[in-house]
Design a protein around this ligand. Structure first.
Ligand code: ADP
Ligand code: TRP
Length: 346
């Protein structure tokens, strides 16, 4: 961990109880790839929002990255707008943290090229997104192959100390570190070498079918689904066929686990007791879960609707975000250009 991260103060993160770093530069990106769900919220967004407290936090919507999967201009714009709305509605405070749209900072694309020239092929061949595609017999384009280098540029251009990401992204942060070190060894020290901040103490949120909740598995409970859709998603949570009157085991129950995300410890103990005592129907718990999810995100939902009615406000926030992000980004890019002998000698 960087000196800054090590010496930083801390504060409890709530669920999971982990101490949050303080006084560091935080950077993370989110791919705009569909409606956000409870897994994204508890596993990433909620912690991104918590990290804006006492740190220099920057978050961006990774629309350049989405080009490796989404091939429709209109769809991309819609997805970017949704992620921005979700973040702002869920508590990202643009007066504290920076929120910007990746493609508004084309400096990262230039830095990507510079970094590509010091990135060994073997490093990228080992990366899982590319490897998985090839293993499935699909042909990958060069963009997908170079995806981790674009991610490295995102991180290095902000002089990030820590990058909060899920376990699945750890490899990309390691690649970023390797590339930064390689460049620094080749041309002199330009880049700060970042640390991953793995959000792993947060248990994986199960989907309605018990697998990890994920857009790709069609098993999500969406944060901002309309009430009817939310009800449908929650009513679809898989339960066993124990009759109402029989005792039930809360351990290993997907429904109990999901319900517990919206309850405090005392409520959880009480519900576990009711499971064990028998006489509790799963339908009742599901109905209560619908209420709780709806209630939990009610204020955020209102904020989101309000922002959605004012697209100019959101655009203004993104414009201000990129202006602030550029202050560091243009310095770092200029330092990389100078160190590697690009542009006019100065
Ligand atoms: P998806 O699997 O739905 O495509 P992403 O890969 O876009 O989700 O996830 C973005 C981030 O949200 C991940 O890096 C991870 O931190 C978090 N996340 C996603 N699904 C879950 C889950 N089921 N439980 C906990 N965290 C999750
Ligand atoms: N690849 C990340 C994901 O799929 C998104 C991302 C792009 C990112 N650039 C980043 C995350 C920089 C952290 C830092 O979740």
């Amino acid at each position: 961990m960087s000196e800054a991260a090590r010496s930083a103060g801390s504060q409890s993160a709530g669920r999971g109880g982990r101490e949050l770093p303080r006084g560091v530069r935080v950077l993370s990106g989110v791919q705009p790839s569909g409606a956000l769900h409870l897994g994204n919220y508890f596993g990433a967004l909620r912690q991104h929002v918590a990290l804006q407290e006492g740190n220099e936090a920057t978050y961006f919507v990774a629309d350049y990255h989405s080009m490796t999967s989404v091939r429709e201009a209109k769809e991309r714009r819609g997805l970017v707008r949704d992620v921005a709305l979700d973040y702002l509605a869920l508590g990202l405070d643009p007066t504290r943290a920076i929120l910007y749209r990746q493609s508004d900072l084309p400096e990262v694309a230039e830095l990507t090229w510079i970094l590509l020239t010091v990135t060994p092929m073997g490093l990228l061949e080992r990366c899982h997104a590319y490897k998985e595609k090839i293993a499935q017999g699909l042909s990958a384009d060069a963009g997908l192959f170079a995806y981790p280098v674009l991610q490295a540029a995102d991180i290095l251009i902000h002089r990030a100390d820590i990058v909060p990401v899920g376990q699945d992204q750890k490899q990309h942060i390691e690649v970023t570190r390797d590339i930064a070190i390689k460049f620094n060894n080749t041309y002199g020290k330009v880049f700060r070498v970042p640390e991953p901040y793995i959000l792993e103490d947060v248990a994986t949120v199960p989907g309605t079918d018990g697998q990890k909740m994920s857009k790709s598995y069609d098993n999500t409970i969406e944060i901002f689904a309309p009430e009817k859709a939310l009800r449908k998603q929650i009513m679809g949570v898989v339960t066993d066929s124990t009759p109402v009157e029989d005792p039930k085991d809360p351990e290993g129950s997907i429904l109990f686990e999901l319900w517990s995300l919206f309850a405090d410890e005392a409520e959880r103990d009480k519900m576990a007791e009711r499971f064990r005592a028998g006489g509790l129907g799963y339908g009742e718990v599901k109905k209560d879960l619908v209420e709780r999810v709806f209630h939990h995100f009610a204020a955020a939902r209102e904020r989101r609707a309000e922002l959605a009615r004012n697209p100019e406000t959101v655009e203004g926030i993104l414009r201000d975000g990129v202006r602030r992000a550029r202050e560091t980004a243009s310095d770092v890019l200029e330092a990389a250009r100078r160190a590697s002998g690009l542009g006019e000698a100065r």
